[in-house]
Design a protein around this ligand. Structure first.
Ligand code: FNR
Length: 183
Protein backbone atom coordinates (compact mmCIF):
# COMPACT_ATOMS: atom_id res chain seq x y z
CA UNK A 1 0.00 0.00 0.00
CA UNK A 2 1.44 3.38 -0.89
CA UNK A 3 -1.24 5.78 0.32
CA UNK A 4 -2.79 5.99 3.77
CA UNK A 5 -6.05 7.81 4.37
CA UNK A 6 -6.56 8.83 7.99
CA UNK A 7 -9.92 9.63 9.61
CA UNK A 8 -9.44 12.44 12.12
CA UNK A 9 -11.96 12.55 14.95
CA UNK A 10 -11.93 15.82 16.89
CA UNK A 11 -13.67 15.67 20.26
CA UNK A 12 -14.68 19.34 20.33
CA UNK A 13 -17.43 21.11 18.40
CA UNK A 14 -16.22 24.54 19.49
CA UNK A 15 -15.69 27.01 16.65
CA UNK A 16 -12.18 28.00 17.75
CA UNK A 17 -11.25 24.62 19.16
CA UNK A 18 -7.58 24.22 20.06
CA UNK A 19 -7.93 20.52 19.34
CA UNK A 20 -9.18 21.13 15.82
CA UNK A 21 -6.29 23.53 15.27
CA UNK A 22 -3.90 20.90 16.55
CA UNK A 23 -5.45 18.27 14.25
CA UNK A 24 -5.01 20.56 11.26
CA UNK A 25 -1.50 21.65 12.14
CA UNK A 26 -0.10 18.23 12.95
CA UNK A 27 -1.36 16.78 9.66
CA UNK A 28 1.18 18.99 7.88
CA UNK A 29 3.99 17.10 9.63
CA UNK A 30 3.10 13.81 7.94
CA UNK A 31 4.76 12.52 4.76
CA UNK A 32 2.93 12.95 1.41
CA UNK A 33 1.76 9.31 1.45
CA UNK A 34 -0.64 10.28 4.26
CA UNK A 35 -3.84 12.30 3.86
CA UNK A 36 -6.03 13.40 6.76
CA UNK A 37 -9.78 14.14 6.71
CA UNK A 38 -11.84 15.27 9.67
CA UNK A 39 -14.91 13.13 10.22
CA UNK A 40 -17.95 15.21 11.22
CA UNK A 41 -19.53 14.09 14.48
CA UNK A 42 -21.59 17.15 15.45
CA UNK A 43 -24.63 16.13 13.43
CA UNK A 44 -24.98 12.63 14.84
CA UNK A 45 -28.15 11.94 16.83
CA UNK A 46 -27.79 10.73 20.40
CA UNK A 47 -27.08 7.03 20.21
CA UNK A 48 -30.20 4.92 20.72
CA UNK A 49 -29.96 1.16 20.32
CA UNK A 50 -33.52 1.11 18.93
CA UNK A 51 -32.13 2.76 15.79
CA UNK A 52 -29.48 0.10 15.07
CA UNK A 53 -31.59 -1.47 12.32
CA UNK A 54 -32.33 1.88 10.70
CA UNK A 55 -29.42 4.27 11.33
CA UNK A 56 -29.58 7.98 10.42
CA UNK A 57 -27.80 9.13 7.26
CA UNK A 58 -25.13 10.85 9.39
CA UNK A 59 -24.41 7.55 11.15
CA UNK A 60 -24.13 5.65 7.86
CA UNK A 61 -21.78 8.37 6.60
CA UNK A 62 -19.63 8.10 9.74
CA UNK A 63 -19.24 4.35 9.32
CA UNK A 64 -18.49 4.68 5.61
CA UNK A 65 -15.89 7.37 6.29
CA UNK A 66 -14.12 5.11 8.77
CA UNK A 67 -14.33 2.06 6.51
CA UNK A 68 -12.61 4.02 3.72
CA UNK A 69 -9.53 4.77 5.81
CA UNK A 70 -6.39 2.95 6.86
CA UNK A 71 -5.99 4.68 10.21
CA UNK A 72 -7.52 6.88 12.89
CA UNK A 73 -6.37 10.00 14.67
CA UNK A 74 -8.29 11.11 17.77
CA UNK A 75 -7.63 14.67 18.92
CA UNK A 76 -9.72 15.50 21.94
CA UNK A 77 -10.13 17.86 24.85
CA UNK A 78 -10.68 16.61 28.37
CA UNK A 79 -14.11 17.32 29.82
CA UNK A 80 -14.48 16.74 33.55
CA UNK A 81 -11.57 14.33 33.59
CA UNK A 82 -12.89 12.20 30.72
CA UNK A 83 -13.68 12.42 27.02
CA UNK A 84 -16.45 14.76 25.80
CA UNK A 85 -19.90 13.25 25.34
CA UNK A 86 -19.92 14.08 21.63
CA UNK A 87 -16.87 11.90 21.11
CA UNK A 88 -18.27 9.00 23.13
CA UNK A 89 -21.51 9.29 21.18
CA UNK A 90 -19.62 9.00 17.88
CA UNK A 91 -17.58 6.07 19.13
CA UNK A 92 -20.72 4.26 20.27
CA UNK A 93 -22.49 4.86 16.95
CA UNK A 94 -19.69 3.42 14.83
CA UNK A 95 -19.24 0.45 17.16
CA UNK A 96 -22.75 -0.86 16.50
CA UNK A 97 -24.80 -2.88 15.63
CA UNK A 98 -23.08 -5.66 17.55
CA UNK A 99 -20.64 -7.44 15.26
CA UNK A 100 -20.34 -4.46 12.90
CA UNK A 101 -17.76 -2.39 14.76
CA UNK A 102 -16.30 0.02 12.19
CA UNK A 103 -13.31 0.88 14.39
CA UNK A 104 -11.95 -2.64 14.74
CA UNK A 105 -8.41 -3.16 13.53
CA UNK A 106 -7.81 0.44 12.45
CA UNK A 107 -4.49 1.68 13.85
CA UNK A 108 -4.95 4.82 15.91
CA UNK A 109 -3.13 7.66 17.58
CA UNK A 110 -4.42 9.76 20.46
CA UNK A 111 -3.62 13.42 21.02
CA UNK A 112 -5.15 16.20 23.05
CA UNK A 113 -4.69 19.77 24.14
CA UNK A 114 -6.32 21.46 27.09
CA UNK A 115 -5.95 24.64 29.06
CA UNK A 116 -5.31 22.55 32.17
CA UNK A 117 -1.84 21.54 33.34
CA UNK A 118 -2.29 17.79 32.77
CA UNK A 119 -3.03 18.34 29.08
CA UNK A 120 -5.89 15.80 28.63
CA UNK A 121 -3.97 12.95 30.28
CA UNK A 122 -7.06 11.53 31.97
CA UNK A 123 -9.26 11.90 28.90
CA UNK A 124 -6.66 10.08 26.83
CA UNK A 125 -6.45 7.29 29.38
CA UNK A 126 -10.22 6.84 29.29
CA UNK A 127 -10.15 6.89 25.50
CA UNK A 128 -7.44 4.23 25.41
CA UNK A 129 -9.61 2.01 27.57
CA UNK A 130 -12.51 2.32 25.12
CA UNK A 131 -10.30 1.75 22.08
CA UNK A 132 -8.78 -1.36 23.62
CA UNK A 133 -12.24 -2.85 23.99
CA UNK A 134 -13.08 -1.90 20.40
CA UNK A 135 -10.00 -3.77 19.12
CA UNK A 136 -8.23 -0.62 17.93
CA UNK A 137 -4.42 -0.95 18.03
CA UNK A 138 -3.40 2.37 19.58
CA UNK A 139 0.08 3.89 19.54
CA UNK A 140 1.39 3.75 23.11
CA UNK A 141 4.45 5.98 22.94
CA UNK A 142 5.23 8.77 22.82
CA UNK A 143 2.31 10.12 24.80
CA UNK A 144 1.40 13.72 23.99
CA UNK A 145 -0.26 15.75 26.72
CA UNK A 146 -0.33 19.27 25.39
CA UNK A 147 -1.22 22.44 27.25
CA UNK A 148 -2.70 25.34 25.29
CA UNK A 149 -0.10 28.05 25.79
CA UNK A 150 1.05 31.13 23.94
CA UNK A 151 3.22 29.98 21.04
CA UNK A 152 1.72 26.51 20.61
CA UNK A 153 0.63 27.68 17.15
CA UNK A 154 2.33 30.32 15.04
CA UNK A 155 0.54 33.15 13.21
CA UNK A 156 -0.19 30.90 10.22
CA UNK A 157 -1.71 28.19 12.43
CA UNK A 158 1.26 25.86 12.16
CA UNK A 159 2.84 24.16 15.17
CA UNK A 160 4.98 26.75 16.96
CA UNK A 161 8.75 26.45 16.94
CA UNK A 162 9.06 25.18 20.53
CA UNK A 163 6.70 22.24 19.99
CA UNK A 164 7.75 21.25 16.49
CA UNK A 165 10.51 18.83 17.43
CA UNK A 166 8.38 16.90 19.87
CA UNK A 167 5.31 16.73 17.63
CA UNK A 168 7.37 15.79 14.56
CA UNK A 169 8.75 12.91 16.62
CA UNK A 170 5.21 11.93 17.56
CA UNK A 171 4.10 12.02 13.93
CA UNK A 172 7.08 9.93 12.79
CA UNK A 173 6.12 7.21 15.27
CA UNK A 174 2.45 7.48 14.31
CA UNK A 175 3.02 7.03 10.56
CA UNK A 176 5.26 4.03 11.22
CA UNK A 177 2.54 2.57 13.47
CA UNK A 178 -0.15 3.01 10.83
CA UNK A 179 2.05 1.59 8.05
CA UNK A 180 2.86 -1.46 10.17
CA UNK A 181 -0.74 -2.22 11.16
CA UNK A 182 -2.44 -1.28 7.91
CA UNK A 183 -0.18 -3.56 5.87
C1 FNR B 1 -13.28 21.72 30.38
N1 FNR B 1 -11.90 21.91 30.44
C2 FNR B 1 -11.10 20.99 31.09
N2 FNR B 1 -9.71 21.04 30.98
C3 FNR B 1 -8.95 20.08 31.56
O1 FNR B 1 -7.74 20.12 31.43
N3 FNR B 1 -9.53 19.06 32.27
C4 FNR B 1 -10.88 18.96 32.43
O2 FNR B 1 -11.35 18.02 33.06
C5 FNR B 1 -11.70 19.95 31.84
N4 FNR B 1 -13.06 19.90 31.94
C6 FNR B 1 -13.86 20.68 31.16
C7 FNR B 1 -15.23 20.45 31.09
C8 FNR B 1 -16.02 21.20 30.24
C9 FNR B 1 -17.50 20.89 30.11
C10 FNR B 1 -15.44 22.22 29.46
C11 FNR B 1 -16.29 23.04 28.50
C12 FNR B 1 -14.09 22.49 29.53
C13 FNR B 1 -11.29 23.06 29.74
C14 FNR B 1 -10.86 22.66 28.34
O3 FNR B 1 -9.53 22.20 28.39
C15 FNR B 1 -10.93 23.88 27.40
O4 FNR B 1 -12.26 24.36 27.34
C16 FNR B 1 -10.41 23.56 26.02
O5 FNR B 1 -10.28 24.76 25.29
C17 FNR B 1 -11.37 22.61 25.29
O6 FNR B 1 -10.81 22.20 24.05
P1 FNR B 1 -11.17 22.90 22.67
O7 FNR B 1 -12.65 23.09 22.58
O8 FNR B 1 -10.44 24.22 22.64
O9 FNR B 1 -10.64 21.96 21.63
Amino acid sequence: MNHFRIAVIVGSLRRDSFNRKLAEAIATLAPPAFSFSQVPIGDLPLYNQDDDACPAASVRRLKADIAATQGLLFVTPEYNRSIPGVLKNAIDHASRPYGQNAWAGKPAGVLGVSVGAIGTALAQQHLRNILAYLDVPTLGQPEAFIQAKEGLFDEAGNIGANSQGFLQGWMDRYVAWVARHAA
